[in-house]
Structures are given as C-alpha cells and as structure tokens.
Write a protein that binds this ligand. Structure first.
Ligand code: FAD
Length: 285
C-alpha cells in the first residue's frame, strides 16, 4: 500500500530534530525503526506532514551499564539488547522480555524509544519499564525532563509526550546480582504481540522471604499495569505453592480486559493469572 505524502528530514543533532518537530504545528513525527510507524502510515492511522528521521543521532544509540542502573538510548534496537552479553547479568528481566519481541527482521530495526512512544499495551518494553519503575528522559522545545514510566502511558498508543518531544533515554534502576525474576508470555505464535504476559521480580531476605516484590502485567489493560494486590500477596512470604496459587487468583481478579478480536476478556483474565503463576515458579526455582 502506498504511504500518504509527507516531507522528510534527517537531522544530525537533537536540537535540530526538536526544532523540526516544533515547526509543523504538532503534525511532525519522529521516525525511528519505522516498524510501527510505517504500517500506521500505510493504513492511514497516521498521516504526519513531516517525518523526522532519528537515525543520525548517534548519541541515542548507547547502552550504558553503571552502578545505578542500565540506560538504554532511545535508538537502541532489540537485536542490540539481545546481543549485549553484559545485559544478561545487568538486567536479565529486560533480556528475557525482549526475546519475545516480534521476529528477527523487526528486532533488527525496531527500537526501545519507538516502542515506548508507540505505547502498545501488549508490547514488552513498556511493561518492563512500568514493572521496573524506569525513568524516561525526553527533550523538547521547553527543555529536558524525566517522566516516571508509571506516568508515561496514558492509554493505547497514547503517552505523556508533547508533539515536539523526543525520548532520549530509558533508565532502568540497578539490578542486584541475586534478584529473583520471571517473565512469561502467551501469544498465538512466537513473535506475535502478547495475549497476556507477566513480568516480575523480588529480592529475598535472610529468611528467604520475598521483599521488594514488583509484578507487572502486559496485554490485559489499556496500558501496561503494575499489580499491587499481587505484590501484597507475595511480599514478606516464602514463595511456595500456596503463595503462588494466591498470587494467581489475585492477578486474575486485578484486571478487567475487554473482549476483542483476539480473545475474550475472561480468557485474558484467566491467562494473566497463569502467566503470574508460571513467572513466580520460574523466579522461585
Ligand atoms: C509484524 C510485527 C510484529 C511485532 N511484534 C511486536 C511484539 O511482539 N512486541 C513488541 O513490543 N513490538 C512488536 N512490534 C513492534 C516493534 O517492536 C516496533 O519496533 C516498535 O513498536 C516501534 O519501534 P520503531 O523503532 O520501529 O518505531 P517507529 O515505528 O519508527 O515509531 C513508532 C512511534 O514512536 C515514535 N517515536 C519513535 N522514536 C521516538 C523517540 N525517540 N521519541 C519520541 N517518539 C518516537 C514515532 O513517531 C511513532 O509514533 C511488531 C511489529 C511488527 C511489524
């Protein structure tokens, strides 16, 4: 299908990119990997007057691993996360989740910043960002600001970004070496968007009780969700079969997904419980 007409610019600095985005009355859009935007153009879901290609902004391509956490430049591609051996210890939950993103060709071009800005409720990266309390660094004509992942997603394909703003970095807090985690996803075919997924982690105290429990759910709401009622079930407990069964029930009770063409709400509700159960079993073993 032919794309609608648009102007194209390929700036070499972030300030030039912001100025270009600001120059088209909210009708300009950044272009990253194009794996979501180009299909949206083809289907006329989006018809920006200007595409601002971010590919020459090399400062957005860095993966930094520092004592206070992992910073992913917005233009870091999925394949670069999977290929970076450091991340397997610096953030194994991120790597486990990204392994479920799309197919080889799409992982070769798609970026973390594009995924965050696209804000598909069934996408893995937004779910990891919310579960891990990531910080999203953005820059626009009013300057730079940092948005907590929990405040970033406003609904399907809707974020807190202003039209002139570009995501520059996603910052994930440090990951202790002995942290326990699980990621489970169910989709119709490998590489499809999740029908439901669960991302979770916790630390253990000296008595092997779970502390600092974080549980996130993907694909079961209008945005990625934290599930505080499930966290409350697990926090302070030894993660045994009884606790896992309670967590599963709490997860299903916590969400209310609508019916859609892919699955009924009831199915997704049951599924997210199973995903939490399996992820907790992974974490505990
Ligand atoms: C067949 C298929 C299957 C897929 N399966 C999955 C899947 O299972 N899981 C998953 O998570 N994704 C999936 N995707 C989407 C894929 O991961 C995309 O790469 C991703 O959603 C968008 O990244 P992109 O770099 O291609 O962004 P683009 O398509 O270039 O842009 C997407 C949106 O983000 C905006 N944008 C891009 N970069 C920035 C930035 N730095 N700052 C502000 N706004 C920005 C654009 O203006 C646009 O609105 C799939 C895509 C396809 C085509």
């Amino acid at each position: 299908m032919k794309l609608p007409p648009f102007e194209y610019a390929c700036p070499t600095t972030i300030s030039e990119a912001v100025a270009l985005l600001d120059s088209h009355d909210g009708e300009a859009k950044p272009l990253a990997g194009g794996q979501s935007l180009v299909p949206m153009l083809a289907f006329r879901v989006a018809s920006p007057s200007l595409l601002v290609d971010l590919r020459k902004l090399s400062e957005l391509r860095q993966i930094e691993i520092l004592p206070d956490g992992v910073t992913l430049g917005a233009m870091v591609r999925w394949c670069e996360i999977l290929d970076d051996a450091r991340l397997r210890t610096a953030h194994p939950l991120l790597v486990a989740a990204v392994a479920h993103v799309a197919h080889y060709q799409i992982r070769n071009r798609g970026t973390v910043g594009g995924s965050m800005a696209h804000a598909d409720p069934a996408a893995e990266m937004p779910g990891i960002a919310v579960t891990c309390e990531a910080q999203i660094a953005v820059i626009g004509k009013a300057g730079a600001r940092v948005i907590a992942a929990g405040d970033f997603f406003r609904g399907p394909l809707t974020t807190a970004l202003d039209p002139d703003e570009i995501i520059t970095e996603i910052r994930l807090p440090a990951w202790p070496a002995r942290r326990r985690f699980g990621f489970q996803e169910f989709s119709r075919r490998r590489g499809d968007f999740a029908l439901a997924a669960a991302a979770l982690f916790y630390d253990e105290d000296g008595e092997k009780k779970a502390r600092n429990v974080h549980v996130g759910a993907i694909g079961v709401g209008d945005r990625p969700l934290r599930l505080p009622s499930v966290e409350a079930v697990v926090n302070g407990q030894k993660v045994d079969d009884a606790v896992i069964a309670k967590a599963e029930a709490a997860a299903s009770a916590a969400v209310d997904p609508p019916d859609d063409i892919h699955a009924s709400g009831a199915y997704r509700r049951a599924l997210v419980g199973v995903m939490v159960e399996r992820a907790l079993k992974n974490a505990a073993t």
